[in-house]
Design a protein around this ligand. Structure first.
Ligand SMILES: Nc1nc2c(c(=O)[nH]1)N[C@H]1C(S)=C(S)[C@@H](COP(=O)(O)O)O[C@H]1N2
Ligand SMILES: [Mo]
Length: 368
């Protein structure tokens, strides 16, 4: 029987056959993905909430733009406003894109590299691909009166202020350079053909393709546009590389994601001896389609090419046949080769917070 479980602060059910819950967050179970289409259905999409999902009334909701990067430099009190109906009336665009948490794969730093990292212990399921529809952020900025002098935009969410250990960081917000904002960022109001579900940002969220998930601000409430660089705790304090080899203040704010590959199998899956099985999985990379995927059934000693199934802008699905010929534990591994020909490495760059794990995943199974 299916357990319908609720996680604190998430409104949709997060049943244990589809999700692994980490406090107010829930990751997608890759072993529930075989046979699913290219996109992740809304009821299966991972949730990362700094606090909790707010319920917002679209009738009174407003997106407010202000700052020195707009004509007339409106203040927050005199912001240029868009209502929900205004967004729906503007020309829309549809975009298939992956959203992935910068910490996806964090637990593998410990499992594969022997170094436990603080933070949400995601395995590989803090990622999802969906079909987003909305208005290009460029069109919203143009209509609000973008000046050529604008440098940064700072979108902020309407969820409660983020507090840790008594420190109040305010609402979740993170600056984006104007170049990226004008390129391919969407103010999305639809996810896989439905209005955005509350947990994924209703009534509107940003979708920032290829970038760390935190850039894709949910429950978008305001956007400051400035003619000088902006910052927030999400660029100064969180989401930069720290530790040996990085500057004391941290590396530059994280921007692009890294490539990953996942088997659609449970950890320690039981595989029957002497019978061919089809191993399936998916690989994704921030720049363009994945060119090839290689799979190892001997812990990374030898590699064979996987068969690529349908792919596209988001991720590619792949499969490989394997006939296990001895009993006991076996370490499978998968690595993607991206559009530029770069392969996932054997180890990810160590960093204190466990960001951007890009090593070939080592997935243990039991042959019996
Ligand atoms: N307002 C707001 N936006 C947010 C967050 C949040 O907590 N509040 N979490 C961010 C992070 S860290 C990630 S990885 C993505 C997750 O999007 P999802 O919950 O729709 O999967 O949303 C981002 N946008
Ligand atoms: Mo994230």
């Amino acid at each position: 029987m299916r357990k319908t479980r609720q996680a604190s602060g998430i409104l949709k059910p997060v049943p244990s056959d589809l999700f692994v819950v980490h406090g107010p967050n829930a990751e997608m179970r890759w072993d529930a993905m075989p046979g699913q289409g290219l996109l992740v259905p809304n009821d299966r999409f991972f949730v990362r909430n700094h606090t909790r999902t707010p319920l917002i009334d679209a009738r009174t909701w407003r997106l407010r733009l202000f700052g020195t990067g707009l004509r007339g430099a409106p203040t927050r009190a005199r912001a240029v406003e868009f209502g929900y109906a205004d967004l729906l009336d503007m020309p829309s665009r549809t975009l298939d894109a992956v959203i992935e948490c910068a910490g996806n794969g964090r637990a593998l730093f410990e499992r594969q590299q022997g170094a436990a990292k603080p933070g949400i212990p995601w395995h590989l399921g803090a990622v999802g691909a969906a079909r987003w529809r909305g208005v290009p952020l460029a069109a919203v900025l143009e209509r609000a009166g973008l000046r050529p002098e604008a440098v940064d935009v700072l979108p902020a969410g309407l969820d409660p202020a983020y507090r840790v250990d008594g420190e109040d960081f305010g609402p979740v917000r993170r600056p984006l350079p104007v170049g990226k904002a004008l390129d391919d960022v969407l103010v999305a109001y639809e996810m896989n053909g439905e209005p955005l579900p509350p947990d994924h940002g209703f009534p509107a969220r940003l979708v920032v393709p290829g970038w760390v998930g935190v850039a894709s601000i949910k429950w978008l409430g305001e956007i400051e546009v400035a003619d000088r660089p902006l910052s927030s705790p999400w660029t100064t304090r969180f989401y930069r590389m720290a530790g040996p080899g990085y500057p004391a203040a941290g590396g530059p704010p994280l921007a692009e994601q890294v490539a990953k590959s996942a088997f659609e199998l449970p950890w320690d899956a039981r595989v029957p001896l002497g019978r061919p099985v089809v191993l399936t999985g998916r690989s994704w990379a921030p720049h363009g389609p994945v060119r090839a995927v290689e799979v190892s059934v001997d812990g990374g000693a030898t590699w064979r090419p996987a068969r690529l199934r349908e792919g596209g802008a988001v991720w590619c699905r792949w499969e490989v046949e394997w006939c296990p010929d001895r009993t006991g534990p076996v370490t499978l591994a998968a690595r993607a080769v991206d559009a530029a020909g770069v392969r996932q490495p054997a180890a990810a760059a160590p960093n204190d917070d466990g960001y951007l794990f890009d090593a070939a995943v080592q997935h243990r199974v039991q042959v019996a």
